[in-house]
Design a protein around this ligand. Structure first.
Ligand SMILES: C[S@@+](CC[C@H](N)C(=O)[O-])C[C@H]1O[C@@H](n2cnc3c(N)ncnc32)[C@H](O)[C@@H]1O
Length: 268
């Protein structure tokens, strides 16, 4: 587990009441910032089958906890791109040698050559993009991958497929207000359709409950010591406590209609 000592934290200059929920959780010590937790990350990574010959690109690595899992597989190369400078600094501390790099950039224009990657993935980052930007990022993954390359995503989902438009809008509005980031989750079939529209063939779909702030998941993701550290930091900060309780109450209010999803797809 990486520590944040001597390294700026993402969003640390922002007001607690306004900062994006994921950076607030990170500041309090949370490292796994995605809806399906480590369990769904492992299922995505199982589908991506990263090996020593792979050239891996990760977009939006955040605090870098999946980066550590990927690097343990010793791929031929690893490039991470995040739009947040402090997140890039956090990830860079884990990297070694010229085949492992991390830089500030945008997932829809990575600047990488065509066919550079054999594996490309991003977690908890498409949900926060408007539809047109979701498409541009998926198209960029397609461009960067060589033929036969694998693409993985891990995002928030909505259920059931025929969820009414009014309820969908309610969930989006409540979520966005609580996490202070525009949140536009899709149903499993909508996620699949989005990948297929950019040319991918979906190979696997895995699902998990949206339990980001539930005790059992929290301990499985952060460990007992990490969870206690988070709790200690939380109880000493009244504004942060109010925000986290608000986030959890929105997640619980819509729990029946929200989930986490990981898809792995292949570029033909
Ligand atoms: C919710 S955090 C998820 C971090 C990490 N993937 C995880 O699952 O723990 C969202 C991350 O996406 C990054 N991000 C959002 N939009 C991005 C974009 N268009 N290009 C690159 N990074 C982006 C943010 O800076 C942040 O690091």
């Amino acid at each position: 587990m990486i520590s944040s000592h001597d390294c700026p934290m993402p969003g640390e200059h922002l007001d607690t009441r306004r900062m994006p929920g994921h950076w607030l959780l990170a500041r309090l010590g949370k490292r796994v910032l995605r809806p399906g937790g480590l369990e769904l990350t492992h299922r995505m990574l199982d589908g991506l089958k990263i090996g020593r010959h792979d050239r891996v690109v990760e977009v939006a690595p955040g605090m870098g906890s999946t980066a550590a899992l990927t690097l343990s597989k010793q791929p031929a190369s690893y490039i991470a791109i995040d739009r947040d400078e402090a997140a890039v600094a956090q990830v860079a501390r884990q990297l070694n040698g010229s085949t492992q790099r991390c830089r500030v950039g945008h997932a829809h224009e990575t600047g990488l050559p065509d066919g550079e990657a054999t594996v490309f993935y991003g977690e908890a980052m498409l949900t926060m993009q408007p539809e047109a930007m979701k498409r541009r990022i998926i198209a960029e993954a397609f461009r960067c991958l060589q033929s036969g390359g694998r693409y993985g995503i891990h995002e928030m989902s909505l259920t059931p497929e025929d969820l009414g438009e009014a309820l969908k809008q309610d969930i989006q509005k409540d979520l966005s207000a609580a996490i202070h980031v525009g949140a536009r989750p899709l149903t499993p079939e909508e996620w699949r359709a989005l990948l297929e529209a950019e040319g991918f063939v979906v190979e696997s779909v895995a699902k998990a409950p949206m339990h980001l702030l539930e005790a059992g998941r929290f301990v499985r993701d952060e460990g007992v010591a990490g969870s206690l550290r988070f709790l200690w930091n939380l109880l000493r900060d009244r504004e942060a406590l109010a925000r986290v309780l608000e986030m959890r109450s929105v997640f619980r209010r819509h729990m029946a209609h929200m989930g986490a999803i990981a898809l792995v797809a292949r570029k033909p």
